[in-house]
Design a protein around this ligand. Structure first.
Ligand code: SF4
Ligand code: SF4
Length: 119
């Protein structure tokens, strides 16, 4: 894995940077790691082969989750969906789609158990 030369290639392709959510010569210099959309364009653009996404995710693990993420986690734990079901259903209705169904408790618990990190 290469070292960052601060060439700026990653910032030029980053969708978060385009929306003003990331600043600096490299996306690794951003202060808020939670605006990353996980598109991997920076990884593809980096001429040095820096594991940008991996480093970004690693640094997230040691930071306090933003309130919006905590709310999404609570929703996943209770409904199985990160987005509020009412909002999703309103959009689905506009397109003539059936409402989403709640994830069954048993399935949800199984998924949550499977996503727990190994110790
Ligand atoms: S593209 Fe790679 S080398 Fe260039 S600034 Fe970003 S991380 Fe550093
Ligand atoms: S993976 Fe994240 S940091 Fe990289 S280009 Fe996409 S949004 Fe930007």
């Amino acid at each position: 894995m290469g070292e960052c030369t601060r060439c700026g290639a990653c910032v030029r392709v980053c969708i978060a940077a385009r929306q003003g959510l990331a600043t600096g010569a490299s996306v690794l210099e951003r202060s808020d790691r939670f605006t990353c959309a996980g598109c991997w364009k920076c990884v593809e653009a980096c001429p040095e082969g820096v594991d940008i996404y991996g480093l970004m995710m690693q640094s997230r693990r040691y930071r306090e989750l933003p309130e919006s993420y905590k709310a999404a986690v609570r929703r996943i734990q209770s409904t199985g969906y990160a987005m509020p079901a009412e909002g999703v259903n309103a959009i689905r209705e506009m397109y003539g789609l059936r409402p989403i169904r709640r994830v069954r408790r048993r399935v949800l618990e199984k998924l949550l158990r499977a996503s727990e990190p190994e110790r």
